[in-house]
Design a protein around this ligand. Structure first.
Ligand code: TEU
Length: 560
């Protein structure tokens, strides 16, 4: 399937902007972002030129995992506002020609969701809406190792929690306040589809589906292979499980089929392979339009996992992105992202957030946005916002980081210095510090006390300063987004990697209808020769004309 500019889906030319509501804009001074804060900042998004807003969860939630633990899917949590505020936001975005995609978190609910509260009663008809199991055979409830499987949760500790009332355990791949729904139960699936239709009927334009490839489990619930201590990686039993394609096809039929709106679905899929992604995004299979894969954001993980950071090797990044571009060239579609609310800020991670912040942020953006796929911009990425560079444990808020620190301190792995270095590099809170609007107190995010510290560089790195500087990251992102809107080669051109073995230069071409774009990015602070013949300069991140060599962190797009 090779789409033409005439028949390609609208989202091949679109750019999506992720808003993490808790940190975007606070309208009522409680230190937490909210829907009316977002409403007050739509001109920023319109000026940037994005087409879709993906809204991280604003539903009723005890906030154990910042809203990814939902206690009512059809209610707005009062900390974010009201359902009327959300409906006003949907209308305001539509008035500006933008769409709204909601975050769908249905692998699990909150343990405070009425469904789960009811399911705690062993005789309740909701009991089978979750994964309840007795202790391992021959072991007493609560004994070490008595959990039904030896799986580790994503947030440390066992993936099973004992419920004293029934003496049984419930499964939670994430926190113990995020029990997994049992998708084997058709009543669960019907309830989810009904809720999804309820949101589409309210004008929502699609969904980002949280860890949607984890919803199908191997019902035998086998143990994983223990590598250290008592717990094991159980992912072979739930990543892209046995019925995942069946469930997604059923969801598509029950929710999206027959709807005239031009909707967008993106499945977040930790551990998905490129071969599986071809199937998930093949339009003929009607499952999802695209997926978030995790290969490139794992390239700097050491043997100890994400907090054991290793330097990126550019050849590894080119090999990974090149594999995804090739595999989805004729079937399916890529999402393209560096940042989101779970990842550290890319300019600090793969760029230079000091001397070359502007150059490296715009180079990274150029390389990503000129690939074949739909780009996602995370709030603040368009400003070149950097990691927080926190220096104390008490500055952190994220459950994943806090649990990691607690376990590391308990088992005594690593000094405080090592621990602080690891979480400062890749902790999720790096992406969750408040949006930096201007140089006023708290960067204009709130008039109250922010729920998490504002990045200390807000007096110089903020939307107002960026807007005032024609050579800023913000205006460069505007040019990139405009290029995707205007030039069909960006959206639909084929992809060919160049210089695959070059340690510092990322180079590739995009071709469509006799036009070739050559894209160059210097991933270093030194001058790099490429030896490539280049055409007319279409876009570059240095103000003056380019020579043959690439300057530090220089990006260029040439047309021939
Ligand atoms: O993230 C799923 C996921 O894979 C992340 O836990 C990721 O592995 C980790 O954060 C990398 O450090 C989704 C949401 O995006 C995340 O915010 C939630 O915490 C999680 O699911 C549970 O809903």
């Amino acid at each position: 399937m090779s789409w033409t500019p005439e028949d390609a889906p609208w989202w091949t030319r679109a750019v999506v902007y992720q808003v993490y509501p808790r940190s975007f804009a606070d309208s009522d001074g409680d230190g937490i972002g909210d829907l009316r804060g977002i409403l007050g900042r739509l001109d920023h998004l319109a000026e940037l030129g994005v087409d879709v807003v993906w809204l991280s969860p604003i539903y009723a939630s005890p906030q154990d995992d910042n809203g990814y633990d939902i206690s009512d899917y059809q209610a707005v949590d009062p900390m974010f506002g009201t359902l009327e505020d959300l409906e006003e936001l949907i209308a305001a975005l539509h008035d500006r020609g933008m769409k709204l995609v909601m975050d769908l978190v249905v692998n699990h609910t909150s343990d405070e969701h009425p469904w789960f509260v009811e399911s705690r009663d062993p005789d309740s008809p909701k009991r089978d809406w979750y994964w309840w199991r007795p202790p391992r055979a021959g072991m007493a409830a609560g004994a070490p190792g008595a959990e039904p499987t030896n799986w580790r949760s994503f947030f440390e500790g066992p993936a099973w929690e004992l419920d004293e009332r029934s003496g049984e355990y419930y499964l939670h791949l994430f926190s113990r306040k995020q029990p997994d729904l049992n998708w084997e139960n058709p009543a669960v699936r019907d309830a989810v589809y009904s809720m999804m239709r309820w949101w589409l009927d309210r004008g929502v334009d699609g969904f980002r589906m949280d860890v949607i490839n984890l919803i199908s489990k191997d019902i035998a619930l086998p143990d994983g292979v223990v590598t250290d201590g008592l717990l094991a990686d159980g992912s072979a039993s739930y990543v892209c499980g046995p019925r995942i394609h069946e469930f997604l096809a059923e969801m598509h039929k029950a929710v999206f089929a027959g709807r005239p709106e031009r909707l967008l679905t993106v499945g977040e899929m930790p551990g998905v392979t490129v071969e599986q992604a071809r199937d998930f995004t093949d339009p003929a299979r009607e499952e999802v339009d695209m997926v978030f894969q995790f290969e490139h954001v794992g390239l700097d993980h050491g043997p100890g996992g994400k907090f054991d950071v290793r330097p990126l090797r550019l050849r590894d990044l080119k090999a990974s992105f090149g594999r995804w571009q090739t595999a989805l060239a004729d079937v399916g579609w890529n999402s393209l992202y560096w940042d989101n609310h779970d990842q550290p800020r890319i300019v600090s991670r793969f760029g230079d957030d000091g001397r070359y912040r502007r150059e490296s942020a715009t180079m990274l953006a150029t390389v990503l946005h000129l690939h074949r796929g739909t780009p996602y911009v995370y709030q603040g990425e368009e400003l070149g916002m950097t990691n927080a560079h926190f220096t104390r444990f008490d500055q952190y808020r994220d459950i994943e980081t806090l649990n990691h620190v607690a376990v590391a301190k308990t088992v005594g792995t690593g000094s405080d210095e090592d621990l602080l270095a690891g979480i400062a590099a890749t902790g999720r809170d790096n992406a969750r510090t408040p949006m930096q609007w201007d140089g006023s107190p708290n960067a204009g995010f709130t008039t109250g006390t922010p729920w998490i510290s504002v990045n200390e560089n807000y007096p110089t790195v903020n939307a107002e300063a960026e807007r005032a500087d024609p050579g800023s990251v913000f205006h460069y992102y505007r040019a990139l987004i405009a290029l995707r809107h205007d030039d069909p080669v960006v959206a639909l051109g084929d992809f060919t990697m160049l210089l695959p073995d070059h340690e510092h230069v990322y180079a590739f071409t995009r071709r469509l209808g006799g036009v070739t774009l050559t894209v160059l990015g210097n991933f270093s602070g030194e001058v790099q020769e490429t030896g490539l013949e280049l055409g007319e300069l279409v876009l570059g991140n240095y103000p003056d004309p380019a020579g043959s060599a690439l300057r530090p962190w220089e990006a260029r797009v040439h047309r021939s």
